[in-house]
Design a protein around this ligand. Structure first.
Ligand code: IPM
Ligand code: MN
Length: 360
């Protein structure tokens, strides 16, 4: 298969983890006889430095003319504590999602057997957890009208959802559940928010078309508690933009590190693959950033193009690296010799010589 992949490394640890994902994709291309072409462009704080905007026109054009996008991370501390900043790196990511219509953000969360003791949660609570979060990504409070009034002393963010925005991701979530354990949990705040009541109404209607899928509802405050009390109850979680952002960071604790969580953002036409973690500026260029989230995002990219054996190869390699503690400090106490690129190297080598590792 021929694929043109736009690579947007972005800020902080974005470039170093993305490098590992590219390395792994190149190994896959070689072993499975594919042609992957990588085209790199700026986004985020680095784009503001170079072009004055977080999403330059040429970056957007490149993404729109590629088969898929591999995204690194976005954000820089110099903007975080400056409420008056007019341009922010995050605007680049939000604009990219909106312009490309990436309305569904799929975030798989699972407990790795080899990492059960890395999570602050008890082993028996997390063992066997396998959740797929479907987060709506181009609507809600993230994109509603924003206003600062009253001489800067009054602020508002509008949360708005249309039936159509709810319907399209709901279908994806139910289809996913059909191929999993057959359950969708809608997380909302329907006891307070009008938008949540619309979500419940629309999702309840659509659920009737999927009689093989069980459906339940949870208020987001309760869902946050259930996520650490009894995460095994979840199969597919369907939720709006802001709740999905929050609940997925919480869920990352189950896997032992947010450095392991990958995600796919898909729309009708485009698809982008990105780690759930942020730019982790303190770790930049120290070789301590975990590249697994980026590498598993590459696996999701391959699955998107139905390259299932290829993706499976990456997953097996990742499992093996975890089992052998070829890992960065977030999940490895003896990390002094293991760096970001060494994890990438191990996975690359494994793909070239899966039988050779002699470490089964
Ligand atoms: C994420 C991030 C983004 C979000 C930020 C960087 C805008 O936290 O992808 O989860 O809030 O969606
Ligand atoms: Mn987030």
């Amino acid at each position: 298969m021929k694929l043109e992949i736009a690579v947007l490394p972005g800020d902080g640890i974005g470039p170093e983890v993305t490098d590992q994902a590219i390395k792994v994709l190149k190994a896959i291309a070689l072993e499975f006889d594919h042609m992957f072409k990588f085209r790199i462009a700026d986004v985020g704080a680095v784009a503001i430095d170079n072009y004055g905007v977080p999403l330059p026109e040429q970056t957007l054009t490149l993404c729109a003319s590629s088969d898929a996008i591999l995204f690194g991370a976005i954000g820089h501390p110099k903007y975080d504590n400056d409420p008056s900043a007019k341009v922010r790196p995050e605007q680049g990511l939000l604009k990219l999602r909106k312009e490309l219509g990436l309305f569904a953000n799929i975030r798989p969360v699972k407990a790795y057997d080899t990492l059960l003791d890395k999570s602050p949660l008890k082993r028996h609570i997390i063992e066997g957890v396998d959740i797929s979060i479907y987060r709506e990504l181009t609507g809600g409070i993230y994109f509603g009208k924003k206003e600062l009034s009253g001489d800067g002393n009054m602020a508002s963010d509008l949360c708005q959802y249309s039936r159509e925005e709810i319907e399209r991701i709901t279908h994806l979530a139910f289809e996913a559940a059909q191929n999993r354990r057959g359950k969708v949990t809608l997380v909302d705040k329907a006891n307070v928010l009008e938008t949540s009541r619309l979500w419940r109404k629309v999702v309840t209607e659509i659920a009737k078309q999927y009689s093989d899928v069980e459906m339940d509802f949870l208020f987001v405050d309760n869902a946050a508690m259930q996520m650490i009390l009894n995460p095994k109850q979840f199969d597919v979680i369907l939720t709006e933009n802001l709740f999905g952002d929050i609940i997925s960071d919480e869920a990352s604790v189950i896997g032992g590190s947010i450095g392991l969580l990958a995600s796919a953002s898909v729309g009708k036409k485009y698809a982008m693959f990105e780690p759930v973690h942020g730019s982790f500026p303190q770790a930049k260029n120290k070789g301590i950033a975990n590249p697994i989230a980026s590498i598993l995002s590459a696996a999701l990219l391959l699955e998107h193009f139905e390259l299932f054996n290829e993706a499976q190869m990456i997953r097996i390699a990742v499992d093996k690296s975890l089992k052998l503690h070829i890992s960065t400090p977030d999940i490895n106490a003896n990390y002094d010799t293991i760096s970001t690129s060494k994890v990438g190297d191990f996975i690359e080598d494994f793909i070239h010589n899966p039988g050779d590792t002699n470490m089964n």
